[in-house]
Design a protein around this ligand. Structure first.
Ligand code: MTE
Ligand code: MO
Length: 323
């Protein structure tokens, strides 16, 4: 069968070009940037948006849902950051189709009473998936509104009975060079790792997502299991998780390791603390019919608009120091 070569929209027209190139250049300083050819891209059928039921005041107060215009399924699933599959926005949707997401298990260890390797079905057993409509703000300056399906991370973590020494939770993504072409390039120090403080991990907004738009998570969005922390920059929301560790000390994390002065451990969305090389005051909102090309800029809000729910966790902390 011939390989379909779809016309590629010049990257400059669909990305926050300067910023995104800059972030990629940082990686290139560590290793040659991958040269991935264009391969066939197959558009998925657009699922209907979740029914628009009125948002209860309890959900609105908790930050569980927003009535902002949703980002289209097509944009959520074709404009991705998942460097294990390449550094272009379109690479993951082309290259991740072959990621085997079943069987899947997660190894849980560290400061807890019940460590062990658990099959995904057992990890989630008895926890009903909830719909959460969250804003996602990438450090590169674009944002989406995504209807996730998932379970509160805290409900899952409690099953392992963390000890009082568990001050942090560390997460690791699968790193299989046979399935993930981007792993061949030593850009990030694979495997991709992220971490949260234990109170952040237990916060009701913190989600382990298993789906979006009422469907299972596509591979490019981090199937079968990814973190979603809506008040932090997108890179904290680690994809395709294979290990969780309860730790006494702040764990190493992928982007922080690469450039600590640019990517902090906390990485709470903050319009008042610019990235050293670009402003974080505004963002390009990719939503509704204003997809990629036509998205307009809107002001970025402290904690990505979730200050009411999360700011108390950082009371007394200098957010310029702990960026
Ligand atoms: N393992 C892994 N997780 C990752 C990334 C990645 O490259 N590898 N990219 C992060 C970044 S920078 C963002 S903005 C979000 C993007 O999620 P999305 O593609 O589902 O929108 O995933 C985050 N999680
Ligand atoms: Mo990001």
């Amino acid at each position: 069968m011939p390989i379909l070569r779809l016309p590629r929209i010049p990257a400059g027209e669909i990305t926050d070009e300067p910023v995104y190139r800059d972030r990629r250049r940082l990686l290139a300083a560590f290793a040659a940037s991958p040269l991935l050819g264009a391969v066939s891209g197959c558009a998925e059928a657009e699922p209907p948006p979740p029914p628009k039921t009125a948002i209860s005041s309890a959900d609105a107060k908790a930050g569980f849902r927003t009535d902002e215009e949703l980002t289209r399924y097509e944009d959520i699933t074709t404009y991705n950051n998942f460097y294990e599959f390449g550094t272009d926005k379109g690479d993951p949707s082309r290259a991740a189709k072959t990621l085997r997401t079943s069987p899947w298990s997660v190894a849980v260890d560290g400061e807890c009473a019940r460590p062990g390797r658990v099959a995904l079905e057992d990890l989630l057993h008895g926890l009903a998936p909830q719909e959460r409509v969250y804003r996602l703000r990438c450090v590169e300056g674009w944002s989406m509104v995504i209807p996730w399906l998932g379970v509160p991370l805290g409900d899952v973590l409690k099953r392992f009975e963390p000890t009082s020494r568990a001050k942090y939770v560390a997460f690791t993504t699968l790193a299989d060079p046979k399935q993930m072409p981007g792993i061949r390039y030593r850009s990030i120090n694979w495997p991709y790792r992220e971490g949260l403080r234990i109170d952040e991990a237990m916060h009701p907004l913190t989600l382990l997502a298993t789906g979006l738009y009422g469907k299972p998570l596509p591979q490019q969005n981090g199937a079968p299991l990814r973190l979603v922390v809506p008040w932090k920059y997108g890179f904290k929301s680690i994809k395709s998780i294979v290990a969780i560790r309860f730790a006494e000390r702040m764990p190493p994390t992928a982007w922080h390791d690469l450039q600590p002065s640019e990517y902090g451990f906390f990485s709470n969305v903050n319009p008042d603390v610019d990235h050293p090389r670009w402003s974080q005051k505004t963002e390009r909102r990719i939503a509704g019919s204003k997809s990629k090309l036509f998205a307009g800029r809107i002001p970025t809000r402290p904690f990505n608009g979730y200050a009411e729910q999360v700011a108390a966790m950082y009371a007394g902390m200098d957010l310029r120091k702990w960026y």
